[in-house]
Design a protein around this ligand. Sequence first.
Ligand code: FRU
Length: 519
Amino acid sequence: MQKHTTRIFVYAMSILLFIVSFLYPISDNVFASSKNEYYNETYRPQFHFSPKQNWINDPNGLVYVNGEYHLFYQYNPFGNTWGNISWGHAVSKDLVHWKHLPVALKPDDLGMIFSGSAVVDKNNTSGFFKGKKDGLVAIYTSSGETQQQSIAYSTDQGRTWTKYAGNPVIKNPGIKDFRDPKVFWHDETNKWVMVVAAGNKAMFYSSKNLKGWAYMSEFGAEEGAQLGVWEMPDLFELPIHNDPKKTKWFLKVNTNPGGTKEGYRSQYFIGEFDGTTFKNDNPPDTVLWTDYGKDFFAAQSWSNVPDRRIWIAWMNNWQYAEKIPTNPWRGSMTIPREVTLIEIPNKGVRLIQKPVEELKQLRKEKYMLKNQLVIPKTNLLSKIKDDTFEIVAKVELDSAKEFGFKVRKGEKEETIIGYDAVENKLFVDRTSSGETDFSEQFPEKFEAPLSPKDGKIKMHIFVDRSSVEVFGNDGKAVITSRIFPSPKSQGIEVYSIDGNVKLNSLEVYDLKSVWKNNE
Ligand code: FRU
């Protein structure tokens, strides 16, 4: 009898479990129980893109189509250092939450799949998309014995790709470093334009169908910072924020200095592009940096986004990229930023970068204040702790020589995001930020020139588990920096040195994680 009851009990429980598993799909259950495990390793960015595992570098093939932002990226599917380079793939509807998709392009007989871009071939100029809408074409570098440009196409929103049988579409012209094609449609001259890095300059090609390309011109051998070879060019036209009837062309390239101390950085030129040649507005020796930190490399902008220009970069630096202490993944992207141009009197046109509006959805109000003095040796934020947060501060300069925020503060570590009011410089000091000894080229203080506006400095700061990004005076100066503090270091301090400053307003937001197990 007892055996019988036990059997009925077991049957009843199985049926109940069966029903429950329908009501709560198993993946949700797993997610609920492992909520604290997914994307929660030490140093795992909570609101930046990173792959689940393995190595990534440059963002590639950024294109917006059918409500999705595509993010392809340089990816090693087999390990945590550079190699076997393929295009990894993720999509997002809001630039904030990302869904991982299978590897999009794998190495072939022509070589590895180095960096490149993607376009929507709306009018089927390539002939790949008869009767199909929104066909995508990826233009990338095949890196084998030489570097050449190849294409692939997708008729299913980037989910699967077919490599063009006629690859390469541009054979190597005898230049060792010949890579990273960025392609866009040039309306005025009714053709596709490619800008591609070629040694220490950029070369421009044109095409009617994305398959046949003709050389047009080149720019840069004697311009800007020449620290080695150039990489990852991007070229686009933007209205000038404070004079919207006027537009300028913006050309960005990265400098790859080999082994020199300068580090890998990102410079830009402002000028004119007539469909054939780019002309620099500034004298050739003018050097303009996009970001004054060391961790904003290989930025690329999305193509086909209506009404705004957004870019994202690899948040790392080749000097120590393979040594940063993260596992089982290595590499992440910056937050996406909207880029605009501004005319600064007596200086010229300059780049402005702002965090995209979509990031505001992550905010949870934490601490707000208005009109309060910051006095040396006090800390208005002594009660707050956090490792993923945003600070928006408007500060009126007073007698202080320096002021700012110390974040990810622990017993022996802190990252200082400050303003030097004597030298007029925004800075990030990561010399005591936590783990720094994996590379001699990591512990550093980064400075960006920034003048007060009406006696005020604005700081907009994003702190994640292993990074800080600071935007000074509405994006006029930006510093991006990886840091590797202990997970326990969560103190925050607002400080001033040798005098006071007045916080006109201070907003601190805790930021929600964008990761949940949706695979
Ligand atoms: C820039 C870069 C590109 C190249 C890719 C290889 O970081 O060196 O020039 O295409 O990385 O992964």
